[in-house]
Design a binder for this molecule. Structure first.
Ligand SMILES: Cc1ncc(COP(=O)(O)O)c(C=O)c1O
Length: 350
C-alpha cells in the first residue's frame, strides 16, 4: 500500500489552512526529523533553533523580548494559553470568554482543563464586545480574540478585548494561528504592540509555509510560561512546559528556515498576491449573483448552493462549508490565480 500511496497534491485544495512548505523549510524538516526539542539538554542545536524561531515570531507580532515555543499546532497553543490563564488565577470555578467563531480547539481546551467556555455572538462577523462584557465576571481567567477567523478570515477588535480582559484581571489571548503571517501587512490592530495582549497563537505551519507540525505559542512575559512548567527528573534539562513530550525537531527547524527565507519581504509579497486572488474571486462570485462575505484577509465565503458545492467536489475541488452553510475558499500560498480561474470555469459549467 505505502509503495503505491502518494501524498495529497495541492492543485485543487481550496479548503485547507495548510500549504506547500517553502523549499528551505522542507529541507530543514528532513534534516532535523530525528531531533527532539522536548529534551533540549540533549538536543541542543534544535533547542537553539527553537529560540531563534521564537525571536522571529516576536518580530512578526510586535514583541521585543518574546517567550514561547514551537507547538504541535494551533490547538496545542490555544490549550496551553487557557492552561496558563487557569493556573495563574485564583478561582475554583474558572471560565473563558471567547467569540462564537473561536476555533473548536477552545472547546477541547475547556473540556480537558475543566474550564467553562462562554461564547459571545458576532455582529458582522466580528465578536460583539458588549455581549462579551456581559459574560465576563470575577471567575473569568481569559478573554479571547481571533485575528483571522477560521471560517471568514475576519479580525476581532483586539484592543477592546484586551481592555475588557484587564478590567476583570483576566489574561487576553489572541488566536492568530492562521492570520498571523498575513496581518503584519495590513492596518489591523492585532498584536502585542497594538494592545495589552498577554498570549498569542501564531502558526508557522499555516501561512508561514513551514512543514507540519509547527504551531506557535507566544507570551508577553516569561513568567506566564512558568505556570506550565513540570519537573522532568530523568531528562538532561530540569523542566518542560510543552503539552507534548517528545516532539519532532522537523517543525522547529522548518519554521526557522521558512521565516529566515520569507520574513518580511517574501511574506509581504505572499500577502499581496493572496489578497489580490481573494478579491478577484470575490468579484467573480459577486458578478455571478452570489452573496460574498469578505475578503478581509485572503479568505472568501459565498452562498453557493449545496448541489453546486457537491458538483465542485465531484470535479476534484476540495472546498468546505462554514457552519452557516457558505462555501469557503482559503487563499493559501499554493492557491494561484490560474487555479482560481479553472475553479470559476467549473462553476460556470454548472
Ligand atoms: C484560528 C485557528 N486557531 C487554531 C487552529 C487550530 O490549528 P491546528 O489545526 O494547527 O491545531 C486553526 C486551524 O485551522 C485556526 O484556524
Amino acid at each position: 500500500m505505502l509503495q503505491r500511496a502518494e501524498p495529497q497534491e495541492f492543485e485543487r485544495v481550496l479548503s485547507s489552512m495548510c500549504t506547500v512548505p517553502h523549499p528551505a523549510a522542507r529541507e530543514a524538516a528532513e534534516r532535523f526529523l530525528a531531533t527532539n526539542p522536548g529534551d533540549p539538554g540533549t538536543y541542543e542545536t534544535v533547542a537553539d533553533l527553537e529560540r531563534e524561531a521564537v525571536e522571529y515570531l516576536g518580530d512578526i507580532t510586535g514583541l521585543a523580548d518574546p517567550a514561547g515555543y514551537v507547538s504541535s499546532g494551533g490547538t496545542e497553543a490555544n490549550i496551553q494559553a487557557v492552561r496558563i490563564a487557569r493556573n495563574r488565577a485564583d478561582t475554583d470555578d474558572p471560565n473563558v470568554v471567547a467569540p462564537v467563531h473561536a476555533h473548536f480547539s477552545f472547546t477541547k481546551a475547556a473540556d480537558v482543563l475543566g474550564v467553562e467556555l462562554r461564547t459571545a455572538p458576532a455582529t458582522d462577523y466580528r465578536v460583539n464586545t458588549d455581549a462579551m462584557a456581559e459574560l465576563v465576571d470575577e471567575d473569568t481567567v481569559c478573554v479571547v480574540g481571533v485575528a483571522g477567523s477560521t471560517e471568514y478570515g475576519y479580525v476581532d477588535p483586539i484592543p477592546a478585548i484586551a481592555d475588557l480582559a484587564e478590567s476583570v484581571d483576566a489574561l487576553c489571548h489572541v488566536d492568530a494561528a492562521w492570520g498571523g503571517f498575513y496581518l503584519p501587512f495590513t492596518d489591523h490592530d492585532w498584536h502585542f504592540g497594538h494592545a495589552a495582549v498577554d498570549t498569542m497563537t501564531i502558526d508557522p505551519h499555516k501561512v508561514g509555509q513551514a512543514a507540519v507540525p509547527a504551531g506557535g505559542l507566544l507570551a508577553r512575559d516569561r513568567s506566564l510560561l512558568d505556570d506550565l512548567a513540570v519537573e522532568t527528573p530523568y531528562l538532561e534539562s530540569t523542566d518542560q512546559l510543552t503539552l507534548t513530550g517528545t516532539r519532532s525537531g522537523a517543525g522547529v527547524a522548518s519554521a526557522v528556515a521558512a521565516m529566515e527565507s520569507l520574513w518580511p519581504a517574501g511574506y509581504r509579497q505572499q500577502y499581496e498576491t493572496s489578497m489580490a486572488n481573494a478579491e478577484w474571486l470575490a468579484e467573480q462570485l459577486s458578478a455571478r449573483g452570489h452573496d460574498v462575505v469578505g475578503p478581509e484577509l485572503p479568505l472568501v465565503a459565498a452562498d453557493l448552493s449545496v448541489p453546486m458545492t457537491d458538483e465542485l467536489r465531484e470535479r476534484g475541488w476540495r472546498v468546505s462549508k462554514t457552519g452557516a452553510g457558505e462555501m469557503r475558499v482559503v487563499c493559501m500560498p499554493h492557491v494561484t490565480r490560474s487555479m482560481l480561474r479553472s475553479f470559476v470555469a467549473d462553476l460556470d459549467w454548472y
